[in-house]
Design a protein around this ligand. Structure first.
Ligand SMILES: [Zn+2]
Length: 258
């Protein structure tokens, strides 16, 4: 079982990195986690056909995590995909996404594949297959926007995830609001922590590492202007922990050992 990083950039469009996304590759299910702007091209760059993807899981609907879905559906239609596609997202976001697809003139009757929306609720386990399970937890990333939704039209669901992959715990912060959101993962027996590094300052990572004790801490969602600082910060870490901090890059693959 593997995780392949498709994009490791931030919300800022970059020529070095695609927006953050990764693919969980298990025996009989490939789950794409987030599909922001440019995802179809990012997959192409990694030699992954949209036809290979069995499901897409969305952390939230910011464009760098979500807005590639329309183009991705177009690729799946053009290649005459027939395999069922599962979309995993918070229950409250299903109508929003369905409406987005419909408003993009992507009609399910005109596609050769069926789309199944699998809604999840926070703090409840979702079983994708024998090897992939996850629990979503609401974080504070979108809290700052609530005041603008005067008519209460929006869902502000934004998830961090606890995955069980091959019975190993892999946490993905998604986009967070503040460092304290990582307390959501406290007390878990974490093997790998995949953390965004735009809303968390690099200086906070050693403390997070101490508190959560993952075997590996992988940093993603990296703005171009932070890259150099991140590399020199990493080289300043002590020998014992340096190798356990990984700065992700597009195309990087890690295996999840049983
Ligand atoms: Zn983002």
């Amino acid at each position: 079982m593997k995780i392949k990083f498709i994009g490791t950039g931030s919300g800022k469009t970059s020529l070095k990195r695609f927006h953050s996304s990764f693919l969980i590759l298990s025996n009989n299910f490939k789950l794409l986690v987030d599909a922001g702007d440019g995802i179809s091209k990012a997959l192409l760059k990694q030699n992954i056909s949209p036809g290979q993807i069995d499901g897409i899981l969305f952390s939230h609907l910011h464009p760098d995590h979500f807005s590639g879905i329309g183009t991705l559906f177009v690729q799946m239609k053009l290649m005459k995909r027939e395999k069922l596609l599962k979309i995993y997202l918070h229950d409250s976001l299903i109508p929003v996404v369905k409406n987005f697809i419909f408003s993009s003139y992507l009609f399910e009757e005109r596609m050769d594949f069926e789309i199944k929306y699998c809604g999840f609720n926070n703090n409840k386990e979702t079983i994708v297959n024998d090897d992939i399970k996850f629990i979503a937890k609401q974080n504070s990333h979108l809290d700052q926007y609530v005041e603008y939704d005067k008519d209460n039209r929006l869902s502000f669901s934004c998830s961090s995830f606890l995955f069980s992959l091959n019975n190993k715990i892999v946490c993905y912060t998604g986009d967070v609001g503040k460092k304290e959101d990582l307390n959501l993962f406290k007390g878990q027996n974490i093997s790998i922590l995949i953390s965004e590094s735009t809303h968390i300052h690099k200086e906070a990572f050693p403390e997070i590492y101490e508190e959560l004790k993952p075997a590996k801490l992988i940093m993603t969602h990296i703005p171009d202007e932070e890259e150099e600082g991140l590399l020199s910060w990493k080289s300043s870490l002590s020998d014992e922990i340096r190798d356990n901090f990984i700065i992700a890059s597009d195309g990087m693959t890690i295996s999840i050992q049983e």
